[in-house]
Structures are given as C-alpha cells and as structure tokens.
Design a protein around this ligand. Structure first.
Ligand SMILES: [Zn+2]
Length: 432
C-alpha cells in the first residue's frame, strides 16, 4: 500500500491517492483527510510508503499510440536528403536491408527507456515486415515485448511493405501468425490504394485482430482512403477495432467533405491518430507559400465524435530527426499547431489513446489501474508548458521511473511570490 500525498489534479484540486495491488484504492480530498481517517504521521513527514506530491500535477500515464521502435535512433546513420516522406523511405531502405535482430532490440529498448522516463507506460509500435525487412524486426520486437511486460506494455502492428497488391496479404498474414498483434499497412503508397485497404482488412478479419493503417499521409486531396476504410469497416461489420494514423489529406478537403467523412469515421468506430511531429517535418515541402501544417482535421473529427489520439511517431530517424520521445512534446504541438485546448491535448496523449488501443481507462478514481505520472507544476498548463524531465512514473502501483533535476542559479534576485492561479484566468479548465 502506498499513499500519494497532496497531488494536484488537472482541475486544480488537492488529493491524496491510495495505491494497492496495482490499482487506485481510494482518492481523498486533502481537506477531508481527517474524516476519512487516512494515515498521516502527524508531523508532516512522509513515511516510507508515502510519496509527497506537493507542487506536482498527477495524471494518468502517457500512452504512445504510434511509434516505430524498429527505426528509432537511426537519424545519424540514415539521412533524409529531401526531407519529405519519399526521402525518408529512401533513407530507410538501405537500413532495413541491413538491420539485425540485435540492432533492433538495442535501439527499441533505448527508445522505451526514454519513453518510460518521460511517463509512457504503453506503446503501440509499427514494425516493418516483408520486403527488405523480412521478419527480423518483428522477431526482435516480439522478444522486447515479452521482456518489458509489466513495465511498458507493447502492441506490435505489422507494417507490411508495399506494393501490397502484388503479394496480396501474404506477409501480413505471416506476421500476424508470428507474433504481431495488429494488422497494418500503407495503402496510400500502394498503386491500388482501395484494394490494399481491403486486403489488409481481410487479413485482420481472418486473424480476428485489430487494424491500424497508415492512412492518407499526403496533402494530395485526391487520395482519401480514410473514407474507403470507414466504408469497408461498416459494410463488413469488422469488430476487432480499427485505427487510422495520419489522415493528412482529410485536412485538405472542403468543410462539407471533412464533416461527411468524419461522421462516416465515427459511425465505423475508427479511432484516428494524429502525428504532429512527423507530419510537420515531412509534409508541405512542395508548398513554399502558405505551407500547410499537414495535420489531420482534428476539429471536424472531434465534432463528429471521433476519438482522436496523438503520438510521437518517429524518434530521431529519417522521418523525424529531432523527436524527443515525450508525450508532452506531442501535446504541446497539438496546442500550438493543432489549435487544441491544452486539456484536450493532454487527453489526446492519455485517455484517447487508451480507447484507440483497447486498453482499460485510467482515471483518478477508486478501482482504476494505478498507471500514473507526476509532473512538477502548480497547474496542468504549467506542467504541459514546462515539460521538464523531472517526473515520477507508476506502473501498476509501482514506481518504475523517477527523474530528479537540480538547478543552481548564481547571483539571481531572491524568489518573490507568484500570484496563485485564479479559476477565471484558466478558462480552458472551466470548459471541461
Ligand atoms: Zn508511422
């Protein structure tokens, strides 16, 4: 049993949280401590089974809904010369052919350590399979998935090579039989995109697995396989769960098309994964004037009731050479580039990806899994904006990462009191 003391919630309340057997057992408002008989030492000193979280915001741990652990940390050996998606794919081709199981394991684990220290306890990663990559990266990540159980939960998406139409579904079926959890693919890169969507969905349906496709990662409005996927999911009654990542071209459609397709996606129960870092890096290079941001149409999707999660996608590889592996970087970009309310941006890296990945919800209530992260800051907005490395991370009620930061400032003026935050100065919280 552990008590987390005096944590701040996203809506500004102070709470104590009791963790037991991997779950939150009770949550007590700090003002109500005595009436609930919670244990304090009487002198304000935390006991060995207490963690003092004064001045820290407590959130559900982060969930990364879209990573590429097999490509992680390759930016220094594979340069993207043109800086666009085609350049990234070209840079990766040499690497994919040369990848060894040991190499993938080492880089994937390094990426998981970075993510766990930042508060990420669940990761869905795409894994290249088939042409060039063979099944080596999958073999490596199946091994990593099993060894990291209990620390970071991994879901593996078989990212089948294109063109898919020449070898319809063969590599995807093999990967699903050899340890992949989810069917994936890049139909928008295939010569027959609609047919590629159908082939991937068939393979997923046969295996009874969810599907998560790289979808319309292009600013070309003529390509809109998101609508094709939604239509097929509805017509075939596909139930294992569907997600569509990127969905960039939706942002280039007229408002009525965005609204209609978003409603179709909602009806199909498809979760959309926005990927701001990689889209901002790769997209828009052919538009030097009024460069589009390349993000999906988050507003219309939200208005239609679609769950929109957000991920980091690439960690220092040819698709994004400067990824930090930090969900707060993703959330921050959703605020500045995606124009989301800050709390909605935090939701996109906590609650929303849990729904898209089919994971149990985590909330600060009794009975919830104790997968949590504490961040320094008087409010959630401060914590999101500062996004410093100092964090404490719990997985199933156990501390699995803790980062301390110590700064010495020489010869600066003494600390002055900062006015306490006033509810009226934070209208984005009242909106919840
Ligand atoms: Zn991706």
């Amino acid at each position: 049993m552990t008590w987390l003391r005096s944590a701040t919630t996203t809506d500004g309340r102070l709470i104590d949280v009791e963790l037991r057997d991997g779950f939150i057992r009770q949550v007590v408002a700090v003002d109500d401590r005595r009436s609930h008989g919670s244990q304090t030492t009487g002198n304000g000193v935390a006991t060995s089974n207490e963690v003092d979280l004064r001045g820290q915001v407590l959130l559900p741990s982060f969930v990364e809904p879209h990573a590429h652990l097999d490509k992680a940390l390759t930016a220094t050996v594979a340069r993207n010369v043109t800086g666009d998606l085609a350049g990234a794919i070209t840079a990766m081709q040499t690497l994919l052919a040369a990848m060894t199981v040991a190499d993938v394991v080492a880089r994937a684990e390094a990426a998981l350590r970075i993510g766990l220290a930042a508060g990420t306890t669940h990761v869905r990663t795409h894994v290249n399979v088939g042409e060039l990559a063979g099944m080596r990266a999958l073999e490596a990540l199946v091994d990593v998935r099993e060894r990291w159980r209990g620390l970071v939960e991994l879901q593996l998406v078989a990212l089948v090579s294109h063109p898919l139409s020449g070898q319809p579904g063969r590599d995807l079926r093999r990967a699903l039989a050899e340890g992949a959890d989810v069917a994936g693919g890049c139909p928008h890169l295939d010569p027959e995109p609609a047919r590629a969507v159908a082939i991937c969905l068939d393979a997923a349906g046969e295996a009874g697995r969810p599907i998560d496709l790289h979808t319309d990662e292009t600013l070309d409005p003529r390509l809109l396989t998101l609508a094709t996927l939604a239509d097929l999911v509805i017509r075939t009654g596909f139930t294992p769960g569907a997600a569509a990542s990127h969905c960039v071209s939706l942002s280039m459609q007229p408002p009525d098309v965005q609204a209609r397709v978003s409603e179709q996606v909602a009806a199909a129960g498809i979760g959309v994964v926005a990927l701001p870092q990689t889209n901002l890096y790769l997209q828009g290079r052919a538009h030097p004037v009024g460069t589009p941001r390349g993000l999906t149409a988050i507003g219309p999707l939200h208005r239609a009731g679609v769950t929109v999660a957000a991920g980091g996608d690439n960690l220092r590889d040819p698709f994004n050479p400067v990824g930090r592996g930090d969900a707060l970087e993703t959330a921050s970009l959703l605020v500045t580039a995606g124009h989301l309310d800050p709390l909605a941006a935090l939701d996109a890296v906590t609650a929303a990806p849990r729904r898209v990945l089919g994971l149990p919800a985590v909330t600060l209530t009794a009975g919830s899994p104790a997968d949590l992260v504490a961040l320094p800051g008087p409010t959630a907005l401060d914590a999101l904006a500062a996004a410093g490395p100092a964090r404490t991370v719990w997985r199933a009620g156990r501390i699995v990462a803790r980062t301390h930061v110590h700064t010495d400032l020489a010869a600066v003026p003494a600390v002055s009191a900062i006015p306490a935050p006033h509810p009226l100065s934070r209208p984005w919280e009242a909106a919840l």
